[in-house]
Ligand binder design. Structure first.
Ligand SMILES: [Ca+2]
Length: 511
């Protein structure tokens, strides 16, 4: 009997067992994502706050794996980033432009791809994409923004028979702080899973989103400390485009709910900023302490169950966040603190411990990258690229992107009065067109706003205090960046063909 005949004569059950064993070798994926956790508050990134705070468990992922230093979000706001991560597509393709949009169950996403190829999949915590999660064997998610304490989570079982996507009256209330509850649910699912199949679980924390409510055990953390302030806390927006003067996401716009105390009175703008910064950041960092502790619980679980070696662990946030830089909180703009996502990845089988890399990767790359690790080819519909080769070697392939395209579509939102903008970021420069028009969007208002540009040299001016767009001598650089910007815009299918108004604006303000 030759080899082929031997294989052909093996009983079917044996062949299936072999197939299952082969599947076990495919990596598991634990994807942990917080809401608004900026890289400046991850001590592995070494920002000013790392002098007084640390995130030892989150840092451990990077220490035993890789820290990515230029991971950029394509649209710095919750639902659009979450949609982009799941579909591997920009907003103009997946239709999730603003907080008013959601992911339709019939849309393709990477969890569906994993499921089809034999993975068990789960998502727990914040979802924020309006409709029922599809592509997941198990979900237990917040019906909307969710609550910090005694959160409601809704599962397929809770929802049975309900056609309304997320009827919160059908949700189950879990006692405790949301960060602890979400981790409990993730670990519970891991205990119940079928150990014969590889798994992918998305653990989505609500923290540290505004209103920054932490678990009582962190009440006195940082009480006796004066937190270091960013150098541009008192930015007066000289030279910046008009958006910087009309926004209402500055520390002086914070309310009593934000600061958890009566608003300090009779203070100048700058005095208020100093005061509000300390109050705001201490709450924020207490939320981070809770996340870090829970990331530790997940890593311990993987160790205790012999899963650490064959599991990819990702830690990230749905976007960056301003921690007092330019005097701001929140995100939305294409400035560094909002644009950059923390990204740490551990996978001992392929990623060398303690590496870091500054290649430009984007959230649209997450799906193709994770699929690549699972042995699944990038589906046609995805726009991102797999950066598995970068994670493996710590180096970008020669043809890797040297610039990323960004677009934030919301305009004139009532809370922050931020304006729509798009632009390009290269390793050294960021060029942004703050056009400020609500295009076909609902729930936003038109602002009386004059479009303008900003250009920053991140090498000379990492704090982004000197807009060099209008300075003489930069004309050639600007022309080159604009050409590339339009090229990327086209490449990603962002044609604005439905918005003739936009074409007229570009004609007027572009060249
Ligand atoms: Ca967010």
């Amino acid at each position: 009997m030759n080899k082929i005949q031997m294989v052909l004569s093996l009983p079917l059950t044996l062949l299936c067992a072999h197939h299952a064993a082969g599947q076990e070798q495919r990596p598991n994926i634990v994807y942990i994502m917080s809401d608004d956790h900026s890289a400046q508050a991850v001590s592995a990134y070494g920002g000013i706050l790392s002098k007084v705070m640390s995130t030892p468990n989150i840092d451990r992922i990077g220490r035993e794996g890789i820290r990515m230093d230029r991971c950029c979000v394509t649209n710095s706001i919750s639902a659009p980033s979450r949609g982009c991560i799941l579909t591997g597509q920009y907003s103009q393709l997946n239709g999730i432009y603003t907080l008013n949009d959601g992911l339709l169950p019939e849309q393709d996403n990477f969890a569906k791809e994993l499921q089809r190829s034999g993975y068990q999949t789960a998502v727990v915590g914040k979802w924020h994409l309006k409709n029922e999660p599809a592509g997941f064997d198990y979900y237990n998610v917040m019906p909307d923004q969710g609550r910090y304490f005694n959160p409601r989570l809704i599962s397929a079982e809770d929802r049975r028979g309900q056609t309304c996507p997320f009827d919160r009256t059908k949700a189950t209330v879990y006692e405790g702080h949301s960060t602890d509850v979400i981790t409990d649910q993730v670990l519970g699912w891991l205990d119940r899973r079928d150990p014969g199949k590889p798994f992918m679980v998305m653990c989505h924390y609500k923290a540290p989103h505004r209103s920054w409510e932490y678990a009582p055990r962190f009440e006195t953390l940082y009480d006796d400390i004066r937190l270091p302030e960013p150098e541009n806390l008192l930015d007066t927006y000289e030279g910046k485009a008009e958006y910087a003067r009309i926004q209402t996401m500055s520390l002086e716009n914070m309310n009593e709910r934000d600061l958890k105390c009566k608003l300090p009175e009779n203070l100048t703008r700058d005095e208020f900023r100093h005061r509000a910064y300390q109050l705001y950041m201490k709450q924020y960092l207490r939320c981070i302490a809770g996340i870090d502790e829970n990331v530790g619980r997940i890593l311990d679980y993987l160790d205790a169950n012999g899963l650490a070696e064959n599991t990819i662990v990702v830690y990230t946030s749905d976007q960056g966040f301003f921690l007092g830089e330019h005097g701001w909180f929140d995100k939305r703009y294409m400035l560094e603190e909002s644009l950059r996502m923390p990204l740490l990845v551990r996978y001992p089988k392929e990623i060398k411990a303690g590496t870091s890399n500054g290649s430009i990767v984007i959230n649209a790359d997450f799906a193709p990258t994770l699929l690549d690790f699972a042995g699944i080819e990038r589906p046609e519909y995805m726009q991102g690229e797999s950066f598995r080769p970068i994670l493996r070697s710590g180096k970008a392939p020669g043809n890797w992107r040297d610039a990323m395209y960004y677009r934030y579509w919301m305009n004139g939102d009532v809370h922050h009065h931020t304006v729509a903008n798009y632009g390009i970021r290269t390793e050294r420069y960021v060029l942004t067109f703050y056009y400020g028009r609500a295009l076909g969007m609902t729930g936003t208002e038109e602002l009386d706003y004059t479009p303008d540009w900003e250009l920053y040299d991140l090498k000379k001016d990492p704090a982004q205090m000197h807009n060099i767009y209008h300075e003489k001598g930069n004309e050639r650089l600007i022309r080159k960046l604009k050409t590339k910007l339009l090229e990327l815009k086209r490449q990603y299918g962002d044609t604005d063909e439905k918005y003739p108004e936009m074409q007229a604006l570009e004609a007027k303000y572009f060249w």
